[in-house]
Design a protein around this ligand. Sequence first.
Ligand SMILES: [Zn+2]
Length: 116
Amino acid sequence: MCHCTACQRRTGSAFGVGTYFSKEQVRAEGPNNVYARGSDSRRKSERHFCPDCGSTVFWYLELFPDLIGIAFGAFADPSMPWPPVSVWETTRHPWVTFDHRLDHFERQPELIEGTA
Ligand SMILES: [Zn+2]
């Protein structure tokens, strides 16, 4: 989960939730539009969204060049694992709280276990 202001604007919500996979594990197909933007950490990101409904589907981050991010909500699967980390809590809305165990970071750590 990311509480950065860029994710708040991108999602139109209080935070974004993403899943990450090795690029070799995923093949992206079909039409998509791309929007490149910066982040609160001033790194580049490339967001690919559905040209029909406008939903962000997947993305690439300069921070994690070997990974592809896929929007958590794109799976529409209530059995998905619970998010294990919460980043950019420095801009987290105080009413956003979670009662499961997860690691908290004030900003974006350079490396999150399991992502490299
Ligand atoms: Zn973010």
